[in-house]
Write a protein that binds this ligand. Structure first.
Ligand SMILES: Nc1ncnc2c1ncn2[C@@H]1O[C@H](COP(=O)(O)OP(=O)(O)OP(=O)(O)O)[C@@H](O)[C@H]1O
Ligand SMILES: [Mg+2]
Length: 434
């Protein structure tokens, strides 16, 4: 039995709390309203049910304040075995807290190096790891100058961005001017917690051409194992948009191994320690190239997809790593093919008024799992980033190709049923940034 302190949780991360309870660990949840702005009330309530103790703090970044709050609630910091999180907005405070207590985790500086896309690319260059051309701009003239130096097309994104906020492919200077014109609106409309992540710097990058993958890398402090390579579905018209994923990734075994080993090299170079890391990579004609590292377990729909395709639960591995278990020795072998797509709108639109309330139930017998928030007469926003997602349709089949095709067929049906245009997905052969 270990005493585990979770710093906030995501919705999918409730599975880590469930597993910790089943495994007989004592659990404390540190809750700060500043950090859990995405969590629906029902999931927040469920998190409270699953843990042995909830400790309320105003700011999880105030390490001394968190330690005081733990003591006041009756948790002796000396008895804590691990501090961990599944929530992106808590990873830096979690690393500081673990360091203050001398517990396993990642050095805060390694976390900061991973989260800062510009610093991360400098680490790759210093270590001689194949990398994309990059430069930083702090304002519109700086970004335009950086793009001129690199040569168009380029990707422009906040150096510490998440969820595709203010991220775009720019084919020429006017595209960058348009991004900056919209960035002010984006900064005003995104949640303050997301806005707080941004520091005004933009990274300008060479465009990697090829399919997008993500790798879940596990580390027990010594061994790094690429647990699973996931193929991501991207937008046909806007390659920055992610529209779903498939496992297994469809690469020949040797190429899949190459992607996994590249992700491990990146994690090692950053000096990441105990934990699970979500590494995004594009498979170019010259080999894998890093898109970004999220120094935390994957969020969103990917963990459930991995469970459907491999029978393994990433959150269980996460808890095991933090309670001193070794990292799995090898990638998870697939037991099925699994694919999901997000319900997102190609443009601002309104769902038909005569849509039956239970429209999604008609799909249920033919899907593995899924959800939707779409109701008759809803106004949907054009998908600009991860926060404009109105549901998931997930299919499991004997192989990934069948799962992906079946999922695409069901999405065509969803499009017809709702009477709105869904965001078009690039065909596998077209999954390149153009
Ligand atoms: N240099 C690049 N070349 C090609 N495509 C890129 C590049 N950088 C980003 N992209 C595309 O844009 C997407 C968003 O970029 P990135 O992952 O860095 O942003 P993000 O906002 O942190 O995303 P999220 O938080 O949703 O994972 C990537 O998934 C990829 O599809
Ligand atoms: Mg990303």
């Amino acid at each position: 039995m270990s005493e585990l302190v979770f710093v906030g949780t995501t919705g999918p991360g409730l599975q880590a709390l469930e597993y910790a309870r089943e495994a007989g660990h004592r659990t404390v949840l540190i809750h700060s309203p500043r950090h859990d702005f995405f969590l629906p009330d029902a999931q927040r309530a469920r998190a409270r049910e699953l843990v042995d103790r909830v400790v309320e703090v105003d700011d999880v970044a105030d390490t001394a304040g968190v330690l005081d709050a733990l003591r006041a609630a009756g948790t002796d910091p000396a008895g804590i075995d691990a501090v961990l999180t599944t929530l992106h907005f808590s990873i830096v405070p979690t690393a500081h807290l673990a360091k203050a207590l001398g517990l396993p985790g990642c050095d805060p500086d390694a976390i900061l190096a991973a989260k800062d896309k510009a610093r991360c690319r400098r680490v790759l260059d210093a270590e001689g790891i194949p990398n994309l051309g990059h430069a930083v701009g702090r304002d519109l003239p700086g970004v335009l100058a950086a793009a001129d130096r690199l040569g168009y097309p380029v990707i422009v994104k906040p150096a510490t961005g998440v969820g595709k906020v203010s991220t775009a492919l720019a084919r020429s200077a006017p595209d960058i001017e348009a991004l900056f014109a919209a960035a002010g609106d984006a900064a005003r409309t995104v949640d303050p917690g997301v806005a707080a992540e941004l520091d005004g710097r933009f990274i300008v990058e060479e465009v990697a051409v090829g399919p997008l993958y993500s790798v879940e890398v596990a580390c027990d402090g010594r061994t790094f194992t690429p647990l699973v390579v996931v193929r991501r579905k991207t937008g046909r018209d806007n390659p920055v948009l992610e529209l779903g994923s498939t496992v297994p990734c469809g690469l020949p075994a040797e190429r899949e191994r190459e992607v996994g080993e590249y992700a491990v090299r990146v994690c090692r170079a950053l000096g990441l320690g105990v934990g699970l890391f979500h590494v995004e990579v594009i498979g170019t004609a010259h080999g894998p190239r890093l898109i970004e590292v999220n120094p935390r377990v994957s969020g969103g729909a990917i963990p459930d997809l991995v469970t459907a395709a491999t029978g393994r639960n990433l959150f269980a591995v996460l808890v095991d790593l933090f309670t001193g278990r070794p990292a799995p020795a090898a990638p998870f072998p697939p037991i099925a093919g699994a694919s999901h797509s997000f319900i997102t709108a190609a443009r601002d639109c309104t769902v038909r008024d005569d849509l039956p309330d239970d429209w999604f139930d008609a799909l249920r017998p033919r899907i593995h799992s899924g959800w939707t928030t779409v109701r008759p007469g809803d106004r949907l926003r054009r998908m600009d980033g991860n926060f404009d997602t109105y549901g998931v349709v997930r299919v499991v089949a004997e192989d990934a190709g069948t799962a992906e095709r079946t999922c695409a067929g069901l999405m065509a049906e969803v499009e017809k049923t709702l009477g709105i245009p869904l965001t078009p997905v690039a065909a596998p052969s077209e999954r390149t940034a153009r």
